[in-house]
Write a protein of this length. Structure first.
Length: 298
């Protein structure tokens, strides 16, 4: 379809004064120390990979990630149990105002454009949908009765469907919440009338044996945007070109009063190595200048 030929990194500058203590008690700098972060669980495969690479580059660092529903990530930041969160939205105006009154200036940055994938049972013939059909499924007005499956009742995928697709309309009474994204995939693989809603990175890394297994268990739905004529899957090219309709941002939010390990990890995520990993998991990197060109495959 196309190939990534050039990638130039946009620099991230994080202001602050160096110094401080990490959760482990040792010296906390951009390249040493221990830190806990809270991560939207839809990004677990990607962030686990980012942490492995970062810690291999900086052996004196230890990042302990807790993967949980997005709402709980924000709670962690507000109650000071996490100085860094990785989520699907930036701070709202009232949240910024709260920190302003507390004389705190959190930093945030979009790292990627993410996509929501819809998955169905492999024997399900309805694997090509228009956005009008998707809206009817999500508000329960579809002629066919589907069982919608999310990873958690407070997850970012639930918020996305409620806000961006249903526009305030309630989800059908048959909607269920599993305990994790793998459980969503497992449930859909066993139920013909189920449609799962997950983050695209769970089914995208073709070098990961677990991801390949997940991909084989279910079918990813092709969607047609309202202003388009093509039905497409949430492939990186279509996410970047805005042809795939269910997209959202991926952000880090950092609340650190000095230039410590949080600043170091944030810089890594926005730098070339971190952004290339984001591309590996088929999200569209926000901090790279990507050029698509036509290519002939033999």
């Amino acid at each position: 379809m196309g190939s990534l030929l050039t990638a130039s990194v946009l620099a991230i500058t994080i202001a602050g004064c160096a110094g401080g203590s990490s959760q482990g008690g040792e010296k906390d700098t951009p390249t040493s120390g221990t830190m806990r972060i809270s991560v939207d669980e839809t990004y677990q495969p990607l962030i686990e990979s980012e942490i492995r690479v970062f810690q291999s580059l900086y052996p004196k660092t230890k990042i302990i990630a807790e993967y949980k529903p997005e709402a709980d990530c924000f709670k962690d930041m507000f109650n000071d149990s996490s100085r860094m969160i990785i989520v699907t939205r930036d701070l709202k105006e009232d949240e910024k105002e709260f920190f302003k009154k507390e004389k705190i200036r959190p930093q945030s940055l979009q790292l990627a454009t993410d996509a929501i994938a819809l998955i169905v049972n492999n024997s399900n013939p309805d694997s090509i949908l228009t956005m009008d059909q998707v809206r009817k499924i999500m508000d329960g007005t579809s002629e066919r009765k589907w069982q919608i499956v999310f990873d958690h009742q407070n997850s970012s995928t639930v918020r996305f469907i409620r806000d961006s697709i249903n526009k305030g309309k309630p989800l059908p009474a048959t909607t269920m919440a599993a305990k994790s994204n793998p459980e969503v995939i497992d449930h859909v693989s066993k139920n013909k009338d189920a449609i799962g809603v997950i983050g695209v990175n769970w089914i995208s890394d073709t070098n990961d044996t677990k991801t390949i297994e997940f991909t084989n268990m279910v079918t990813t739905v092709k969607l047609r945007a309202d202003n388009n004529t093509d039905f497409v899957k949430p492939y990186q090219f279509y996410i970047g070109m805005k042809s795939y309709p269910l997209t959202r941002g991926m952000f880090y939010i950092l609340k650190e009063p000095y230039q410590g390990l949080g600043a170091g990890f944030a810089t890594f995520l926005g730098g070339q190595e971190g952004q290339l990993l984001i591309g590996k998991y088929k999200l569209y990197p926000a901090r790279l200048n990507i050029v698509f060109r036509e290519a002939t495959l033999k």
